[in-house]
Write a protein that binds this ligand. Structure first.
Ligand code: 13P
Length: 256
């Protein structure tokens, strides 16, 4: 994972609906992503498209990532894909603990198993955490601490060099830039996550773990979130499905 670069991750979720469209979308961002030297772009298409998209690119400024993996190396697990398998078709990153996967029953304990297996296989892990709503007593901070703590249980210090934390408050996902987190709130969360990681490990390790933001990141709010929110990048959902919007985000991040 390159240091001193902004990390812009496209989470295409379950889109687009065909390989032809996936190639078209990728080709629409490839040129800008290849030219933005201060940004590491990571494209996370549906897992089935990774290998074909990987064939369309040969540089280093774009990497591919999976949207999920299973925690076992191989065996009788019908329908699942192992970290090694996804790596073998070109994935270098994996998104884990996404709220949309948690909504279907993925627990912190399951996320933990996936984190351990993925780091062991040498994948860069984008660990998603985020509360569904905020309360006046700030209990959501406890919830986030628990998500981080359990997901990182038994994860050794050395492996953390391949960890990225994505803060994705569920209340901000799939809306517009006006509903996204404010730069001030983001800055608070940045400090909170670094503090929690310091308590779990130490300050040096915490400082080195990139923190990215997801939840209606769009061309209109990424600049201020980078400057005032101090984020190290973004996990982009709907705006990554429009090449023009995603390219815009890449260009803004490239200037920071
Ligand atoms: P949106 O950018 O569509 O809000 O999605 C955010 C997200 O869930 C990325 O993982």
């Amino acid at each position: 994972m390159p240091k001193n670069k902004k990390l812009i991750v496209a989470n295409w979720k379950m889109n687009p609906q065909s390989l032809v469209e996936a190639k078209k979308l990728f080709l629409g961002v490839k040129k800008t992503a290849s030219g933005t030297s201060n940004v590491q772009t990571v494209i996370c298409p549906p897992n089935v498209f990774i290998s074909e998209l990987n064939k369309l690119y040969s540089g280093h400024r774009v990497s591919f990532g999976a949207q999920d993996v299973f925690w076992k190396e191989k065996g009788s697990y019908t329908g699942e894909i192992s970290p090694e398998e996804i790596k073998s078709v070109g994935a270098e990153y994996v998104i884990l603990g996404h709220s949309e996967a948690r909504a279907f029953g993925e627990t912190n304990e399951i996320v933990n198993k996936k984190v351990i297996a993925s780091l062991k296989a040498g994948l860069n892990v984008i660990l998603c955490i985020g509360e569904s709503k905020r309360d006046a007593h700030a209990l959501y901070l406890k919830f986030l601490t628990e998500q981080l703590k359990t997901a990182l249980l038994s994860v050794g210090r050395k492996e953390l060099k391949n960890l990225i934390v994505a803060y994705e408050p569920i209340w901000a996902i799939g809306k517009t830039d006006e509903d996204a987190i404010s730069p001030h709130q983001m800055h608070e969360m940045y400090i909170f996550i670094k503090k929690t990681l310091t308590e779990l490990y130490d300050k040096k390790i915490a400082l080195n773990i990139p923190i990215i933001y997801g939840g209606s990141a769009e061309p209109d709010n990424v600049n201020e979130l980078l400057v005032e929110g101090e984020v190290d990048g973004f996990l982009v959902g709907h705006a990554s499905l429009e090449a023009r919007e995603f390219n815009e985000i890449l260009k803004i991040a490239n200037k920071k």
